[in-house]
Design a protein around this ligand. Sequence first.
Ligand code: NI
Length: 247
Amino acid sequence: MRLQLATWPEVEAYLVHNRAVILPIGSTEQHGPTGLIGTDALCAEAVAWGVGERLGVLVAPTLPVGMAQHHMAFPGSMTLKPSTLIALLNDCLLSLARHGFEAVMVINGHGGNTASIQAAFSETHMALEAKPGLRCRLVNWWEAPEVGRLSEELYGAAVGSHATPPEVALTWALHPDRQDRRVLEPAVAPSGGFHGAADFRARYPDGRIGSNPALATPEAGRRLLDAAVDEIAAMATAFFASESSVP
Ligand code: NI
């Protein structure tokens, strides 16, 4: 069930027997010259919807903008400051807790969000310490072990760390009309670190880091999505069973 397609009496009835909720979060940022700007939000949302459907767990609206300050030298990228993202998440989590939700799994699509998500969990746990509370867990979909194994099998060292073929493939499975499989130069982008947005663009002029997204296919994207849903549904089942007080 998706929260945005539910009515309040339906949510009230849900809470009688289930106190779990899934919250997808992405980013709105460049993903190289061939990847979609919404990649991280689209991937997190697809995985979250799959897990929610599998388990019958409510899925909150996807938070579409994250912490992407290092991508701001590329047109179309949007970012929240880390402090804004922490505040946004804390408010969303406290809203859910107020209604009686007891366990939230945040399914994340963007590595740049992880520090702020963990900081928000800390603030939320502190705010709720004397009350029934809300247990929070972060899952980065691309780090699920089976997803990592499949990514390695499909793409080896060409996975890289930004505009990766697994995430690009997943978006092309969802939106096959947006495929762009042209070979880029160099085919595998350089790897390394960066300092801020201008430095990022100077080091990685087309926006990719270490990846070859031309290897992505919708068929592989479907396999990766299925693997992510299978694995994260199992993780969510264990997490929710251990954290909810409702039998
Ligand atoms: Ni991404």
